[in-house]
Design a protein around this ligand. Sequence first.
Ligand code: NAD
Length: 324
Amino acid sequence: MPKPLVYITRKINKEWLSELAKHCRVKMNSKRTPPTRTEFLAGVKAADVLVPSLVERVDEEVFRVNPKLKIVANYAVGFDNVDLVAAKKYGIPVTNTPGDYAEAVAEHAMAFLLACSRRLVEGDNYVRSGQYKFWDPLLFLGNELRHKKLGIIGTGRIGSWLAQIAKGGFGMDILYYDVARNEDIEKKFQAKKVSLQDLLRQSDYVSVHVPLLPSTRHLLGAKEFKMMKPTAYLINTSRGPVLDERALVVALRNKTIAGAALDVFEFEPKLVAGLVKLPNVVLTPHTASATYFARRQMAEVVTANILDVLVRGQRPRNEIKDNC
Ligand code: NAD
């Protein structure tokens, strides 16, 4: 019997897959670009196991093309690319990669806070474009973070680590909003649970760390931006559609808020018109978890889930249990 075939849609480091390769044949996309839909479906059809990235749409068509898939092991923490109802209908388990990525993403959010407070990108552009001719004591004035209020929306793994860095390292005061109470950060970092409205009204920086769910789509839009201080910055490393990006562009243009830093976009990889023209935004291409350590861990979690099913004959450890 040939070993089961695992189709991995995106090129990752082969070294991270050594354990998987002991038990399976691995067919990996050899290019850095995502597969076309036709290439993707052909890959799915031939495989026993699918490892998609969050870019590939895993909808009912995928399960129709190959109803014998043993597992869909998403190479991502989020799983909004997978139709869980369809997966359940076909009895195919879906997993994600929770693990040690939280520090990477929280550090990226912290880097965004610093980039905003110290106007790093504006300063970089200024120097590169030859505008730096003399020292000016009023040039690019910013703010220290100490005693500024950081409002964290969603205090799970990433939000909690951000609370630790921001409080422990920078002396910020932490407010948070979450559907669940987080006594740990209340005790350790004197974080205060408040309503979403109070968080928006009081915070100097708002950082978003909720998953994309029907309840969090457009959690923040025009109405919410108006509640924020005109001096406040908004940071999003969660999922693009959690913010109404068109309304955000209007709020940034009108100086309703001071600025924003975004790693994720509502119509990713497309950007809403006008966003790149704004000087008060910092943009990164969904790289908040792009550290060597985090990416390797993700490959190891994917491997563990696949081997749970194929070798150990058990439910995968990170199966997504949805209410559908
Ligand atoms: P987590 O599940 O540990 O925490 C999410 C928190 O959000 C929980 O505390 C939950 O109670 C809260 N929450 C859920 N629905 C809510 C609602 N309607 N209102 C308020 N709070 C709500 O998740 P995590 O590991 O901290 O990751 C958060 C998100 O970050 C992921 O879902 C993913 O979309 C995103 N992420 C992005 C990157 C990136 O590269 N930019 C990398 C990893 C994760």
